[in-house]
Design a binder for this molecule. Structure first.
Ligand code: FPP
Length: 255
């Protein structure tokens, strides 16, 4: 507790990232280390989801994006896919009243048509029940991959061009951004990956162009508030240059 308070004191409240995205990895290894089923690791991972969502809200973060199930995760053994789907649907159903109470708005990103009907229903009920919330935006990526999203964006733009609604010469970065499922949501400031791997795994490839990347060996079920604060403190220690020089960043009047 004292450790958390000390870290909180070190955190600059004026430089809290607006948008944090997380690749939650390591549930399976967490379970294996305890000679338990992988599903136990995922169930424990849900506790981390709840904890990190609540803490993000308390810290005043505006957007938290969680990679909960990738397009590639459909290739896992059917029993694990079923367990994860059930867990996700059930968790959203169970947590929705608490999310409403905490003013958290749920958004779903991904190919939701592929989700089992009852899971889709729980999710849509959660989206509807929290639609009026104005605090933290919780973006759940489900059956999501960045290449799926970019391919879909290409189709949306091509259809508009074919219908004469847009001139191909006028297609800009904004056109692409608007056609993504993240649409008007600002790009992540910080991308965290737990579980020790140092890769992006088809997550938000367009949106993380200038995000700060943070990799930690801590497995997702063990990623507690103290570990989260370490990531936020590291983020605050970095200089974000967006292609400019360090001198320009320190003195914006330099052109
Ligand atoms: C990666 O660990 C984790 C996942 C594929 C699933 C993450 C999902 C949850 C934590 C549940 C989310 C729930 C809600 C409501 C958002 P892994 O299985 O790849 O771990 P390993 O690399 O150690 O095998």
């Amino acid at each position: 507790m004292e450790e958390i308070e000390n870290k909180l004191k070190m955190l600059d409240p004026t430089r809290i990232p607006a948008h944090v995205a997380i690749i939650m990895d390591g549930n399976g290894r967490w379970a294996r280390q305890r000679a338990r089923e992988r599903s136990d690791g995922h169930a424990e991972g849900v506790n981390s989801v709840n904890r990190i969502t609540r803490f993000s809200s308390d810290l005043g973060i505006k957007y938290l994006t969680l990679y909960a199930f990738s397009t590639e995760n459909w290739n896992r053994p059917q029993a694990e896919v079923d367990t994860l789907m059930h867990l996700i649907g059930w968790t959203i159903q169970r947590e929705t009243p608490d999310l409403v109470a905490n003013n958290v708005k749920i958004h779903i990103l991904g190919e939701t048509d592929r989700l089992p009907a009852e899971v889709r229903k729980s999710l849509l009920d959660g989206v509807e029940a929290t639609a009026h919330c104005t605090g933290l935006n919780l973006l759940l990526c489900l059956s999501y991959s960045s290449r799926w999203e970019l391919t879909r964006a290409a189709k949306i733009i091509a259809e508009k061009a074919a219908a004469g609604e847009i001139n191909p010469a006028d297609i800009s970065e904004e056109t692409v951004t608007e056609a993504l499922s993240t649409n008007s949501i600002p790009d992540p400031d910080l991308l965290i990956r737990t579980g020790g791997e140092q890769r992006i795994s088809n997550f938000l490839l367009w949106q993380i162009a200038y995000s700060e990347l943070y990799f930690t060996p801590i497995l997702w079920p063990d990623f507690d508030n103290s570990a989260y604060l370490d990531a936020l403190l590291e983020y605050q220690s970095r200089e974000r240059r967006f292609g400019k020089t360090s001198d320009q960043v320190k003195n914006p009047s330099i052109i």
